[in-house]
Design a protein around this ligand. Structure first.
Ligand SMILES: *[C@@H]1O[C@H](CO)[C@@H](O)[C@H](O)[C@H]1NC(C)=O
Ligand SMILES: *[C@@H]1O[C@H](CO)[C@@H](O)[C@H](O)[C@H]1NC(C)=O
Ligand SMILES: *[C@@H]1O[C@H](CO)[C@@H](O)[C@H](O)[C@H]1NC(C)=O
Length: 745
């Protein structure tokens, strides 16, 4: 027997707080229930965020609509539950539309037995829904979601409609809302960009080596002055060409780190990786502010595409449609900067833009109608153009529902990085939401994409079958913390396997065991690229294997230096295997600009084999002189700066700072006198850390720490399994002999 409770129609609700209303019992529904959930909103202040939920029982043959409605109470977007299914729909001007097609189909088959908790989560034009047993915990990942690209509905009210047999618990209706700041100009329109990040234009002069070098961290490596020279040269190349000022007429607001391709186009994934070293300049140049240019062109739905015209701020045609979304790494880059600068004001300023972007990308790249419900990207979007993947360079996962391990892992990395930033900003509830979502994605990757026999994570087809290509795409699971310890150990074993990934230059993007692997590179079919090698090394470090992270960093850096010695420059990518001097001497770069140049300096005569730049997507056919005419771009700083700067400081010297936590870690492995002078910790101060030379990695040494810190700081030094902690008190630090002197064992 059904007991039917009617709707609570006369619910008045205060804005910005959850409310519980008295339960009223009433038979049959007399019309839609409309609840004002933002009574204090002005006419120009729609809700940016609204989470509404209730408890409902929908028997077979009955239906229930739970929607967010505009001020007129009629136009709405929301969820319809009928026997066995849930779907998002909109109704605007009396015209009803079911939301989502292809793998973006928001329709789910669900069991509606018993009481269900139903939730709508509206975030700046992205709507997500959850339906779960009333007694169960709120699921980390939503069941479906949609981006309203047109702002048809500016939600102000909760609209409830149901057939007579549906039972709603009126006491369980809750809502939590947040509005835009009221006032004209805040109303989002499809033309409005940057609403999540109000910013005035502030363009600083491009720094020079002379102006910047005194504020840079200075590596100290007594037995390896060449690496210090390479470090200096890397900064010099960056400063000489790849820091740009936007034009006065451009909507961009900051002097920024450019990708090194074409000054008229901003490229997202290049920028995000270049920042992982450029942030070390923060004492003299605010590199992370480069991202402000991306937040000011962000769309009102949270959309940030992978390339923009730097003169006009318009989306570049290359970034349209399914080719338009890069790995979602803004939060990861902001977190890296925050760890150095402890600039919590910036974190608070950028969080609205990061959240909106996270929600948008979570819908756009979600194969939500597929059984795996993971995320997709194609070669243009994932940045690995010709790597063999199901979607190839331009396929549309939004229609065919595949899953990629790199994109799915990057979503986990994004949510967990956001969680850390939210925690720092005191937003614990939001942090918990991001973590729950990250955990839900990670669990699915581990369960569905892992192949125990092969010890790899693979792409999934729309039906959930594994699609087997052994490439670095699956190794993003390390950095994202997705791989279990057992899975991570299988992956590390592959990285150190000379028949797979342990090549002369580490790590090739495609395993040698793939028939398409090219020892000369062929772009992403064996080429060794800074972003993927960096992400893989940092992933290995994340699993706790600092020794392998260091060995890989040293091998990669040694290769870059080998090529630097004969070419005087850094390249966009490298060949995985060393090449003969004859080949290198007969090879050219510059094919893409129509200006072929030899890569070997005129005063250098090569002999033996050497690390060589990789061939580009034109492949590795030889020219008439036995070399290549298709070598990768030179002067590439550019993301190749990651090894001579970040990997040198963090994995070769082994020092890393977490300024907000007041923690410096030092993985002490070298035996020469080494360290970092002038390590800028932003608001926390500046330190110089130097270890004396010693006879062997097991003999004792002295560490000197000099500088000034604004708060107490811990320096944690690790040698093998021994850990020594030093505490520095706030104020001037000059710890050369007493507390900082330690003996191993
Ligand atoms: C969405 O999927 C459902 C099945 O769950 C199907 O009936 C419906 O036609 C699909 N809608 C669209 C627009 O693809
Ligand atoms: C690198 O640059 C710094 C700062 O100008 C300078 O003091 C140092 O001598 C340079 N080192 C090498 C090896 O070029
Ligand atoms: C070759 O010339 C470059 C400048 O073009 C110079 O930096 C380099 O030191 C020279 N190398 C040798 C081996 O003379």
């Amino acid at each position: 027997m059904l007991i039917t409770l009617g709707l609570v129609l006369a619910v008045s609700a205060a804005s910005a707080v959850g409310t519980r209303q008295a339960r009223r019992e009433q038979t049959g529904l007399k019309g839609p229930g409309i609840i004002d959930i933002c009574s204090s909103c002005g006419p120009n202040s729609p809700l940016r965020e609204a989470r509404v939920s209730t408890l409902v029982h929908v028997p077979s043959g009955e239906s229930f609509d739970f929607s967010l409605a505009a001020a007129n109470g009629r136009d709405r977007v929301g969820l319809r539950l009928t026997a066995g299914s849930a779907v998002l729909f909109s109704n605007v001007g009396g015209h009803e539309t079911r939301l989502g097609t292809g793998s973006r189909n928001t329709s789910r088959t669900i069991s509606l037995d018993g009481w269900k908790k139903v939730e709508l989560d509206w975030r700046g034009n992205n709507i997500f829904y959850r339906v779960y047993d009333s007694q169960a915990a709120r699921p980390g990942a939503p069941l479906g979601g949609f981006t309203m690209d047109r702002l048809d509905v500016l939600p102000r009210k909760l609209h409830i409609a149901a057939t007579g047999g549906t039972t709603i618990d009126g006491t369980a209706i809750t809502h939590v809302v947040a509005g835009y700041p009221a006032g004209p100009g805040q109303l989002p329109t499809t033309a409005s960009q940057g609403i999540y990040f109000p910013a005035n234009k502030k363009v600083v002069p491009v720094p020079t080596w002379l102006s910047l070098s005194p504020s840079l961290p200075a590596p100290i490596l007594d037995s390896d002055p060449d690496l210090v020279r390479l470090y200096n040269n890397t900064w010099q190349i960056l400063l000489s060409k790849n820091i740009l000022q936007p034009r006065p007429s451009s909507p961009l607001v900051r002097t920024y780190v450019d990708s090194g391709f074409d000054p008229t186009i901003m490229f997202q994934w290049d920028t995000l990786f270049s920042l992982q070293y450029a942030i070390y300049a923060h004492g003299g140049f605010d590199a992370i502010a480069s991202l402000d240019n991306w937040y000011v062109v962000q769309g009102p739905t949270g959309e940030i595409r992978r390339a923009y015209n730097s003169r006009t701020g318009a989306i570049h045609p290359w970034a349209a449609g399914p080719n338009g979304v890069n790995p979602p790494l803004f939060a990861w880059a902001e977190l890296a900067a925050f760890r150095q600068t402890a600039d919590i004001d910036r974190v608070k300023r950028v969080l609205p833009a990061l959240r909106a972007y996270a929600d948008w990308v979570s819908v756009q790249m979600w194969s939500q109608a597929s059984p795996h419900q993971l995320y997709w990207n194609n070669g243009n979007g994932n940045g690995m153009d010709n790597l063999p993947t199901q979607l190839g360079q331009g396929g549309d996962g939004g229609t065919n529902g595949v899953a990629n391990v790199d994109m799915s892992s990057q979503m986990v990395l994004m949510r967990n990085s956001l969680a850390e930033l939210e925690d720092a900003a005191g937003e614990g509830d939001r942090a918990a939401d991001h973590r729950a979502w990250a955990d839900a994605i990670a669990e699915k990757i581990r369960r569905l994409a892992w192949n125990e026999e092969d010890g790899r994570f693979y792409e999934l087809t729309a039906s959930g079958a594994q699609w087997k290509v052994d490439s670095l795409a699956g190794f993003w699971s390390l950095l994202a913390g997705v791989a279990s310890p057992a899975q991570a150990s299988r992956l590390r074993a592959a990285l150190t396997d000379a028949s797979r990934y342990w090549t002369d230059m580490v790590f090739p993007t495609l395993s040698q065991t793939d028939s398409r692997f090219d020892p000369k590179g062929d772009y992403w079919r064996g080429g060794v690229w800074a972003p993927t090698t960096f992400a893989t090394i940092k992933g290995v470090q994340q699993t706790g294997d600092r020794a392998l992270a260091r060995a890989a960093s040293e091998r990669y850096l040694a290769g870059i230096r080998d090529a630097f010695d004969y070419s005087g420059t850094l390249f966009e990518l490298y060949a995985p295997f060393k090449q003969s001097s004859a080949y290198i001497s007969a090879s050219y770069t510059g094919e893409k600009t129509g200006l072929l140049r030899p890569i070997v300096l005129p005063n250098v005569t090569l002999s033996g084999t050497h690390v060589a730049p990789g061939t580009d997507e034109k492949g590795s056919a030889l020219n008439s002189r036995g070399g290549s005419d298709n070598l990768a771009k030179d002067q590439f700083v550019g993301w190749t700066g990651l090894a001579p700067i970040t990997l040198l400081l963090e994995n070769v010297i082994g020092i890393e700072a977490d300024s907000p936590r007041g923690l410096i870690t030092w993985d002490l492995q070298r035996t020469d006198r080494h360290g970092i002078a002038n390590l800028n910790l932003g608001k926390t101060g500046t330190l110089t850390l130097i270890a004396d030379a010693r006879a062997s990695p097991s003999s004792h040494t002295h560490i000197c720490i000099i500088g000034e810190v604004s708060k107490s700081l811990t320096v944690e030094v690790t040698v093998g399994s021994t850990k020594v902690k030093m505490t520095l008190a706030a104020g001037a630090v000059n710890d050369c002999s007493s507390t900082a002197t330690w003996q191993r064992g």
